[in-house]
Design a protein around this ligand. Structure first.
Ligand code: UDP
Ligand code: MG
Length: 310
């Protein structure tokens, strides 16, 4: 049996050696063979050199890597890892030790002894995170679960151990715009989430700003729900209904008390308001059209510049 450990790395020169030193002794003891697959996602520091310098200390472990031609994002790195992993069990871990390798033995044990296809992990709290960020995260999960059929559990990390069968199913999802949390859940299978306490990064800095998380959540909504389109039609319908009633009111009033020429400022406001609504709805539709545009181009999700073989 072989375990594949997929590690997406973007500017992780400081945490990589720590990660490998801590993970290797744990992983080697639980399974016959371990393969580490580091994905260098166009790092601007010495991450690639660092990966090449990693020496396995145990006979049953092997280091492999893929290096992208530029930064394609964590989603692309994840996909590349899943596509190139050869193990019977596949795990995805961050390089910053926020995903505790100590959990691996229990995860593998559960996967082998019980009827699960995937053991995921879930943060019990959001300690060490700005309050405002937690608030937005919770709001996002509440919203997405209401408007999407695919369940997304708050606090679930990408850190998970999956069977070959589940990974093959994930690879069957060929979309270009990938939101992995959604895809993991969409493919189904039996998943158990193990809770754990939030860990701080060992070194380096997070590559997620508030703004990039915001864009990522929009990505999730557009990829896993068409509710915004329904919302746009609702807005259109209700403003239509409202204006019909208002029109009726004005006609009746004119018939009863005659025409009055006042009311220009309010007219301008109404025109601006309706124009704004139209642009808003057009923007929503445009977002989806943009996704279709990217999807139909069929561009590769990532480009590999170098691997351990070349
Ligand atoms: N990462 C990546 N490409 C990116 C951004 C991040 O491969 O464009 C990797 C990063 O090296 C780390 C993992 O994705 O191993 C999670 O990133 P990070 O720790 O910055 O996110 P956080 O844990 O703060 O959510
Ligand atoms: Mg992290």
């Amino acid at each position: 049996m072989k375990l594949s450990v997929i590690v997406p790395c973007y500017n992780e020169e400081a945490s990589l050696p720590l990660f490998f030193a801590q993970t290797e002794p744990i992983a080697q003891g639980i399974i016959a063979e371990v393969e580490y697959l580091f994905i260098n996602d166009g790092s601007k520091d010495k991450t690639l050199e660092m990966i090449k310098k990693l020496e396995p200390k145990f006979e049953n472990s092997k280091v492999r890597y893929l290096s992208f031609s530029r930064n394609f994002g964590k989603e692309a790195a994840l996909l590349a890892g899943l596509e190139h992993a050869t193990g019977d069990f596949i795990t995805v871990m961050d390089a910053d030790l926020q995903d505790p390798p100590e959990m691996l033995p229990e995860m593998l044990h559960l996967l082998q002894t019980e009827d699960y296809d995937c053991i995921g992990t879930k943060r019990m709290d959001r300690r060490g995170e700005p309050k405002i960020r937690s608030f937005f995260a919770q709001t996002f999960y509440r919203m997405i679960n209401r408007i999407s059929d695919t369940e997304m559990v708050d606090g679930v990390r990408d850190f998970r151990l999956m069977t070959r069968q589940m990974v093959d199913a994930i690879l069957e999802v060929k979309e270009y715009n990938r939101f992995s949390k959604g895809i993991f859940s969409w493919v189904g299978f039996n998943t158990k989430y193990l809770p754990y306490e939030n860990q701080e990064r060992v070194a380096g800095e997070t590559s997620w700003s508030f703004w990039s998380l915001f864009r990522y959540s929009l990505e999730a909504i557009i990829n896993f729900s068409d509710f915004p389109l329904t919302l746009a039609s609702f807005i259109g319908f209700f403003s239509c209904a409202f204006s019909a009633i208002a029109l009726l009111f004005i006609v009746v009033r004119t018939l009863i008390i005659g025409d009055s020429t006042s009311g220009w400022p309010s007219l301008v406001c109404i025109i601006l308001f309706v124009g704004g609504l139209q642009l808003f709805c057009l923007g929503i539709v445009g977002k989806y059209v943009g996704k279709i545009f990217l999807e139909t181009k069929k561009r590769p999700v990532y480009i590999v510049k170098e691997t351990e073989k070349s």
